[in-house]
Design a protein around this ligand. Structure first.
Ligand code: ADP
Ligand code: MG
Length: 365
């Protein structure tokens, strides 16, 4: 099928540069998710791959072929948009068949492909309906069907679930994951929703202001973010960032002092750091637990407790004014205003320097 390789791609609108030199490889059959806040350039980058936007610098290779100057139709791609973009006057069948007919495919082949896609997407009963006669979820499935029938090398999705309600989003997300397994195709999927990124992706690319902040497997980004932007963007509730000062530094252990004077040793594989430097200790909420206040551990004052049934989130104010979030399984008996002691499980804990960059030695990719 198709790999996608971007080398030094750039794009400006007027004198505003929105894509600032991106290098990226999407492997054959990979499901790669571009995620980042609104306006960071996700759609622009996807449209550059599709050939819908000109590229100011750099190159795009699809399946080993340089398509930087190639017309969209010559790139072997199919794109699915947030707003479905179906022809309103055509029924679902014709919407899916249209591109194939235009490409001159024989009637029987068109019919075979449309019916196979409809079966996969469970929309066989809807083939006679026009978009107006379908729900949002059904329309989006027709739009996905229209992409499938083209048998592209690469599928491009731009926020395909954003117009669907919560339950349908989860259902359609699972369907896209199933399609990826089934079709064994390369897919590039754009979303602002980090949960979609975490659940769907083989590889996540976190974008901010037109640059790649980090690219890697979902759990790699979750466990070892390269910087505080990725640390707080991936995972809800966000990773705790606790202000600390380095007191001793070795390649295997960094010792830190918290605001209340407490000392912690954090094991890891650390780059060179200077004692005395300010840093931030990054700990996921599920690695923070609480107990009765006994004076030997940092104390927090409970501000808010959220009970989800299966888990409880507790937001605590620390003496230095920062907030720490803890997540525990089950239903916790805890009330706002209580003072509790906090325990940090430092296994895999992260440390970030004053510029917000991870102190961990970067693994080569
Ligand atoms: P995202 O999809 O991540 O929300 P976009 O790729 O749509 O972001 O936009 C990235 C930036 O480029 C935004 O600041 C947006 O305002 C700007 N932009 C997008 N399209 C155009 C355009 N046609 N002309 C000028 N600016 C644009
Ligand atoms: Mg967009």
């Amino acid at each position: 099928m198709g790999s996608v390789i971007l080398s030094g791609v750039r794009k400006s609108y007027g004198d505003v540069e929105v894509i600032k030199g991106i290098d990226l490889t999407v492997a054959d059959r990979e499901l790669c998710v571009f995620v980042g806040p609104s306006g960071c350039g996700k759609s622009t980058l996807l449209r550059m791959i599709a050939g819908l936007e000109d590229i100011d610098a750099g190159s795009v290779l699809i399946d080993g072929v340089d398509v930087t100057e190639a017309a969209p139709a010559k790139r072997g791609l199919a794109m699915v948009f947030q707003n479905y973009a179906l022809y309103p006057h055509m029924n679902a069948y014709d919407n899916m068949a249209y591109g194939l007919r235009r490409a001159g495919l024989a009637k029987e082949d068109v019919d075979r492909r449309v019916r196979a896609a409809a079966r996969k997407l469970q929309i066989e009963a809807l083939l006679d309906r026009r978009p107006k006669q379908m729900s949002g979820g059904q329309r989006q499935r027709v739009a996905i069907g229209r992409a499938i029938v083209r048998e592209p090398k690469v599928f491009l999705f731009d926020e395909p679930l954003s117009n669907l309600d919560a339950a349908l989003r989860i259902e359609t997300r699972a369907q896209i994951a199933g399609l990826h397994q089934d079709l064994k195709a390369t897919m590039i999927y754009v979303t602002h929703d980090q949960i979609e990124a975490m659940t769907l992706a083989d590889k996540i690319v976190v974008l901010r202001s037109g640059i790649v902040e980090q690219a890697g497997a979902p759990l790699e980004l979750y466990e070892h973010p390269d910087n505080v932007f990725v640390a707080t963007f991936i995972g809800t509730p966000a990773m705790n960032l606790i202000p600390v000062e380095l007191t001793a530094a070795s390649p295997e252990v960094l010792s830190v002092r918290m605001a209340d004077g407490g000392l912690l040793d954090v094991a890891g594989n650390w780059r060179k750091a200077e004692p005395g430097a300010k840093a931030q200790l990054g700990i996921r909420p599920e690695r923070v637990s609480w107990g009765e206040a006994d004076g030997s551990a940092p104390l927090g004052r409970v501000r808010l407790v959220e009970r989800f049934g299966g888990e409880t989130l507790c937001y605590m104010d620390m003496p230095d004014g920062s907030t720490v979030t803890a997540k525990a399984a089950g239903i916790a008996a805890l009330a706002p205003g209580e003072t509790v002691s906090l325990q940090f499980d430092l296994t895999g804990a992260n440390l970030f320097d004053a510029d917000g960059r991870s102190l961990r030695v970067r693994r080569t990719r």
